[in-house]
Structures are given as C-alpha cells and as structure tokens.
Design a protein around this ligand. Structure first.
Ligand code: GLY
Length: 336
C-alpha cells in the first residue's frame, strides 16, 4: 500500500500498484454481495478479472459517456441493489473512468443511507483526480455535478496496467490533471513532463499527483478552502467543455486550455504551452468566447457577485481570488 488517506473514521488506503486490480482480496472483503459497476468501454478482460474475485458479484454495465451521470442511472443501480437484497453491509465497486466513479459513489452514498464502495479507476483522468477524495455526483438539468455527496471510498486501487488499453487521446487527456497538480503544488511533475523520456515516468507522475491530492483532501475534505485550488483550470475549462460540446473536446483537454487563462507568469505559461504541445493536448480553443462565458456562468455556482478562481503565479504556487463577472468575461475574451 502506498498511502492511507487519513480522514479519521473515513480513512482509506490507496494501492498504487501494477496488477492490483487482480489482487483486490484480501485487501477488500469481497465475501459479501458486490455490485460491480462498469461501462461498455471498459475491456471485458478487466471486467472478468474483477468479477472473478467476487463470489456473490452482480454486474451492471452502463453506456459509456457523461450521459450515465444521471438520476436514471443512479436509480437503475439502486433498483438492482434492492432487487438483489443488498444490505448496508454490502459493497459497490466502480470499475471505469470518472463517470463510473462519480455515479457509483453517488448511488453508494444514498442506498440505505450509505454503503461501502471501492474505486477501481481505469483511466489516467480518474486515477489522478476523481477517484480520490470522495466527491460523488450526477449531472442534473444541464448542470454538471450539481447533485451529489461527499462519500469517501473504502479503498482505491490505482493500477497502471489499465492504461495499456486506453486510446492515446484518453491517456494524455487525464495527464492534464497531473499537469494541474504540478502547476499548483508539485513542480517536480513539471520537470518529469519535460524529460524526453516522460512516458517512462508516467507511473511516477500519477503517484506524485495522487499523493499531492491526498494531502489536500486530508486538510480540507469538504472544500471549505484549500481544496478549491484543485479547481485550477476548471472555471473557464468547464465553459469551454460545455460550449465545445459539438467539437467533442474531452475534460482534460479543456482543463489544459482553462489553466492557460490563469497562469499569471509569462515564462511559466510558455513552459506550460510547451508541455501541452509535447503531450499532444490542445493549446488553442476554437470556440466562441461568448458561448464559453455563457456556459460558465450557467455552470458556476457563484454567489451573484462573482466566482472564486485559482491563479498560478509560480511553479507549485497558487492564489485563490474572487473575480467579478466583468473581469471574468474579460479574461475569457483575452483568449489563450
Ligand atoms: N476534482 C477536484 C476535487 O476532487 O476536489
């Protein structure tokens, strides 16, 4: 085990280890009813590997994509657990990317007022960001993550072998979140990305990013302060993501672009542009700024006078700042 996320009674281990998806037991008690939730994009071999370890396992395979972060899907999971007579002592496993983790965690948080779930993230995006920290959610009425709960997993298994079947675009997409961690907290990650052989350091990059995130979550589990720093790149990034729906930009790709607006240090911005280019991530958003601004205002849960933004002014250093809507709009129109 690499690390315990220390949250008192809600503490849990992170197993950052190749092959760990094939060795869940005895680290997790699988001798109970287990709902294995996955999607039709996850390789069948991986699903079989996990299901084979669950003597009382039942499988729910959802359609791949953001559409599964819905009340309908959460209801389907709860209905399945009810049909199978799941009790409070039973378990849900989330095998897949961020959508599966957020949805399964949410269903686990409401079924019988909360049952155990374990994160088995299979993408770079979900391993680096969403699987750790207990944020669970679905989208509702066009607003991302607006209904959800803090419900910490019982364990998270981070197995880099799962990346071997990820399409290249999805592989680098998630690494944008590691770049984010490098910019706000851990400049060593930036140096690793700058190496010619950065790909052979991906496990180290993921490990450093996840451990940095675990530190933040321990200090601010419910996002009262410091955890807001993890939203770096997401304010305008979410706006681009929504406005670019027709272009099909991925979340990490949008976060990568979103960060560029808030690096207030030209040398570091240029450095970040070089890393994005090296990873094959976009460095320009061909999206109407008016649409980006409209989408982010719709998406943000601001208090009416503005939103909190995260600014990076030096490698590994961020500032939380309140920005009024006029200044935010000007920032969106300034472009990257
Ligand atoms: N994805 C940001 C957070 O977990 O707080």
């Amino acid at each position: 085990m690499d690390r315990i996320v220390s949250l008192g009674a809600r503490s849990y281990p992170l197993y950052i280890e190749r092959g760990s998806l094939g060795a869940l037991s005895p680290r997790v008690d699988l001798h109970r009813k287990v709902l294995l939730v996955t999607d039709d994009g996850v390789p069948e071999a991986l699903v079989r590997t996990v299901l084979a370890q669950c003597p009382q396992g039942v499988l729910e395979v959802l359609p791949q994509g953001e559409g599964s972060k819905s009340f309908d899907a959460a209801q389907a999971l709860c209905a399945r657990m009810l049909r199978e007579n799941f009790t409070r002592g039973d378990l849900a496993l989330a095998l897949g990317g961020g959508v599966i983790g957020d949805l399964t965690g949410f269903a686990a948080s409401i079924y019988m007022r909360g049952i155990d779930y374990v994160g088995l993230p299979t993408t770079t995006l979900s391993q680096i960001d969403s699987s750790v920290g207990g944020k669970t959610a679905i989208n509702f009425q066009g607003v991302k993550n607006i209904v959800g709960a803090f419900h910490q997993p019982r364990a998270v298994f981070l197995d880099a072998d799962a990346f071997s079947t990820l399409p290249r675009r999805h592989f680098v997409n998630g690494l944008a979140e590691a770049l984010k961690m490098g910019l706000i907290l851990d400049p060593v990650i930036l140096s690793l990305f700058e190496r010619e052989d950065w790909e052979s350091h991906v496990e180290e990059i993921v490990r450093r990013a996840v451990l940095a995130k675990a530190d933040v979550v321990e200090r601010d589990e419910t996002e009262q302060g410091e955890r807001r720093s993890l939203n770096f790149g997401h304010t305008i990034g979410h706006g681009i993501e929504a406005a670019a729906e027709m272009h099909g930009l991925l979340h990490g790709e949008c976060v990568g672009l979103g960060m560029l607006y808030f690096i207030e240090n030209e040398a570091l911005r240029q450095r970040t542009l070089r890393i994005l280019t090296r990873l094959g991530l976009p460095t320009r958003a061909d999206v109407d700024p008016e649409k980006v601004y409209a989408a982010l205002v719709h998406d943000k849960k601001g208090d009416g006078s503005g939103v909190r933004v995260v600014v990076v002014d030096a490698p590994g250093h961020y500032i939380l700042r309140k920005m009024d809507y006029a200044a935010l709009r000007a920032r969106v129109f300034s472009g990257v």
